[in-house]
Write a protein of this length. Structure first.
Length: 367
């Protein structure tokens, strides 16, 4: 169904925000044979370009960074203090293995005050990040030979298959990196209507930074964000809280905390999915945002933008879970959307595939 081995490598290659060197090298090796040209900008975004037949640009963004940490202090006993790079739920960190990326990589364990030593009132409180430390099992004089303030830290978790799903750290957003790679692979050797700019962005988890600079440079006419979304289809949740569900297809974003997707793009994606029998589900995410916001806003003229989202359980925790069929449906939907953009009526009057008024304005080009 999908290339699990490639997805595994994509998820397990480290790359915290601002420290994407290794995942960038991995992406460059994978994407270069698939497109006409590859560039790396000053921020480190990888821009893979496939030339189209007409003079319009489509930007597809999948961020390569993963939530992580940064070393802020090494105490006299060799324990490491750290700061977060991206959002974490502290209660998921206790006793988790991490990798500290210094002059060499070292496995560490996140620790905190043992529950046996906590006062009753402490046991009922959530520990703040500041009360966690990382234990490398080495004295300070050994630690400082290899580790320094400013070194990055990522989670240590391999990808495994569980039933119809995959379970791993960093499916947010390495599953989208995988989807973009596989879409470009599917389009290799095929003619496409418009120039495709497949952008593997940096620093999304700390503020969409790579997507903003890329959109400003590319100035796309159309845009697709690729990212995960909440799947809260679990015991105790009410149906209206799910956002999305695993196994029910690609999620077509309507809005999130930073973007109201262009209704023309939303309708186009729905119709494309229906035309090719691709299962899909609507997504409205009450809070949070993705690179879609950067694509939509930061080109010189704005872009007709939407997003394909991958339903994900346990987001921003030590392990995350996605359905393999959903991943395949996202690849299929993006592939068809990129191939058929020129066939759709993109005028503002085109509401749900039907013009809301006569086509008197057909002569103007809103792009």
């Amino acid at each position: 169904m999908i290339n699990v081995e490639l997805l595994k490598k994509t998820c397990e290659t480290p790359g915290a925000p601002g420290y994407e060197q290794r995942i960038r090298e991995f992406i460059l090796a994978e994407v270069t044979p698939l497109v006409d040209k590859v560039e790396v900008d000053a921020m480190g975004n990888v821009v893979a370009i496939k030339k189209g037949q007409q003079d319009k640009k489509v930007m597809v963004a999948a961020h390569m960074d993963e939530i992580g940490f940064i070393v802020t202090h090494i105490d006299e006993d060799g324990f490491i203090r750290f700061h977060t790079l991206g959002g974490f739920d502290p209660k998921t960190l206790t006793s988790q293995r991490v990798i500290v990326h210094g002059r060499k990589d070292f496995i560490g364990v996140m620790g905190s005050k043992p529950i046996h030593l906590m006062k009753p009132e402490e046991r009922n409180k959530q520990l703040p990040i500041s009360e966690y430390y990382i234990d490398l099992g080495m004295p300070r004089d050994e630690v400082v030979k290899y580790i320094a303030v400013g070194d990055s830290i990522t989670r240590e978790r391999e990808l495994i298959e569980m039933g119809n799903c995959v379970n791993s750290k960093s499916l947010d957003n390495r599953v989208s990196v995988f989807i973009l790679l596989e879409t470009l692979r599917a389009l290799k050797g095929q003619a496409v209507p418009y120039d495709i700019y497949g952008v593997f962005t940096v620093q999304e988890e700390v503020g969409l930074r790579g997507a903003i600079s890329s959109a400003h440079l590319i100035d796309p006419d159309f845009g697709f964000g690729l990212d995960v979304t909440i799947a809260f289809d679990v015991p105790g949740a009410q149906a209206h809280e799910y956002v999305t569900s695993l196994g029910k297809g690609a999620a077509i974003k309507i809005m999130d905390g930073m973007t109201i997707c262009d209704y023309r793009m939303v309708n186009y994606m729905k119709k494309t999915a229906d035309a090719h029998d691709i299962p899909w589900q609507p997504e409205i995410l009450p809070a949070g945002g993705t690179d879609t916001a950067g694509i939509q806003r930061y080109g010189k003229k704005g872009a007709i933008a939407g997003a394909i989202s991958i339903p994900l359980r346990n987001m921003h925790q030590t392990i995350e879970m996605a359905n393999k069929a959903d991943i395949k449906h996202c690849i299929d939907l993006l592939t068809h959307c990129l191939s058929e953009l020129h066939q759709y009526d993109w005028s503002f009057e085109n509401v749900d595939g039907k013009r809301s008024k006569p086509a008197a304005g057909d002569s103007y080009d809103f792009l």
